[in-house]
Ligand binder design. Structure first.
Ligand SMILES: Cc1cc2nc3c(=O)[nH]c(=O)nc-3n(C[C@H](O)[C@H](O)[C@H](O)COP(=O)(O)OP(=O)(O)OC[C@H]3O[C@@H](n4cnc5c(N)ncnc54)[C@H](O)[C@@H]3O)c2cc1C
Length: 396
């Protein structure tokens, strides 16, 4: 039985652990944090991810964890509704299956916790490839030998750096984002609210299914390395950034001061010329982050994990398996990483006038006439082709 180490215990790593175990591999997941990282806003499960979730027998659990968001409202800094798009509108951000990222991580963890070895609060220090395996040393435990190592450490992966070095390119999209959770207030409802503020800032507040409000702050900025700051410095930076912009900033500042689960990231795509080297292979955001703007990070992480495990199961040689995984996934990733011109810059105006113009545009898009046209187009639109072929790996 092949012994596989998966580094990173989130969507990609846990999905991979599930399928590898199904195919009789012996799996260990190492997660740097002391426990599962459960922060973040909604992720939508659709397309290939939904097909795979169904294959895993998790459809009902995922449906039951729906955040119950009914749609999205664009509001100005006086909290006046500029436009609203209910869930069933073709251009609404709210999808049929919206689930908190943390709930999805918990659902996946429940499926694998009895069949997978878990190591929390440690990480890989060094990897040395040998003829018959990979010798892995850790920060705080004895070294161990594995047949293969999978990197599922997300966008900021450190092990990726060790193995692939300067080959990896961050394509920075000119935005930083921060996620945190707030207590619900009287202004919150089942609608998500999007508010543009002067200074190229966007607030996105979304209801969750626990009576709280999931909050995201995006702001445009040249690349400054903010993601590497300490938590305290990230908090100060955010507070300074939003302190004079109005709307619900005072409430959000209070929440920033109180939280110890702030996820702060530069919005960047990861471009890697190769996803594997020798016995080490990457999956999910570590290999091909598309950013929350593309809205498909979860799709790619789940589809990638499913295909990688399936190919390992049906190829005798790991090199052939990695190659087949990359061949199947790469065209899909390339399509998703192709953003329309002006995205995301146009959605983050800096000046007061820019914000007014953008809100007028939202108002127009949300007008009855525009919604009617979208509905007609959506009705006549052909069913999209399957986004990626998901082989039925019958190798149990
Ligand atoms: C806390 C958090 C909140 C997020 N919130 C959102 C959100 O609101 N909306 C959205 O679209 N996307 C969010 N994301 C990103 C989203 O989860 C991914 O884009 C997508 O689901 C792909 O998942 P992934 O498993 O590849 O990466 P990630 O979900 O980023 O998971 C990577 C995992 O690897 C762990 N890790 C990192 N380095 C190491 C290391 N050296 N050794 C061991 N483990 C390591 C991390 O702690 C994390 O658990 C968030 C990610 C995190 C970690």
């Amino acid at each position: 039985m092949k012994k596989i180490l998966v580094s990173g215990g989130s969507i990609a790593g846990l999905t991979l652990a599930y399928w590898l175990h199904k195919y009789q591999f012996e799996v260990t997941v190492i997660e740097r944090s002391a426990g599962l990282r459960l922060g973040g806003q909604n992720i939508d499960i659709k397309g290939p991810a939904w097909e795979i979730v169904k294959k895993m027998g998790l459809a009902e659990k995922v449906r039951a964890a729906n955040t119950t968001e009914v749609g999205i409202r664009f509001v100005d800094t006086n909290d006046k509704i500029v436009a609203e798009f209910p869930k069933d509108n073709a251009i609404s951000m709210t999808q049929e299956i919206e689930i908190l990222r943390g709930d999805m991580v918990n659902i996946l963890y429940d499926e694998v916790k009895d069949t997978t070895n878990f190591i929390f609060g440690d990480e890989i220090k060094d990897i040395v490839e040998q003829e018959d395996g990979v010798k892995v040393t850790f920060n705080s435990r004895d070294e161990e030998k594995y047949d293969l190592v999978m990197i599922a450490e997300g966008i900021g992966s450190g092990t990726r750096q060790q193995v692939f070095g300067n080959e990896i390119r961050y394509h920075y999209l000119g935005l930083y984002c921060a996620y945190l959770t707030m207590e619900r207030a009287g202004t919150d409802s089942r609608w998500a609210r999007w508010c543009n503020a002067v200074g190229a800032i966007v607030f996105l507040l979304r209801p969750d299914n626990y009576g709280k409000t999931r909050t995201c702050i995006f702001f445009r900025s040249p690349e400054r390395g903010y993601e590497k700051l300490s938590l305290a410095d990230q908090k100060n930076l955010l507070i300074e950034k939003i302190s004079n912009v109005g709307w619900e900033a005072p409430r959000i500042i209070k929440a920033i001061q109180q939280t110890d689960d702030l996820y702060f990231e530069r919005v960047s795509q990861i471009k890697a010329p190769h996803w594997y080297r020798g016995r080490v292979c990457m999956v999910g955001d570590a290999a091909y982050c598309v950013t929350p703007i593309a809205g498909k990070g979860t799709d790619l992480a789940i589809a990638g994990a499913y295909i990688l495990a399936g190919e390992l199961a049906c190829n005798a040689n790991y090199g052939d398996a990695f190659n087949a995984y990359e061949r199947r996934m790469r065209p899909y990733v390339s399509r998703v990483q192709q953003l329309p011109p002006g995205v995301p810059r146009l959605a983050y105006p800096d000046s007061k006038l820019g914000v007014v113009i953008l809100n007028s545009f939202f108002a127009l898009a949300g007008s009855k006439l525009a919604k009617f046209v979208v509905k007609v187009f959506a009705k006549n639109k052909k069913e999209p082709k399957q986004e990626i072929h998901l082989p039925d790996y019958q190798v149990f």
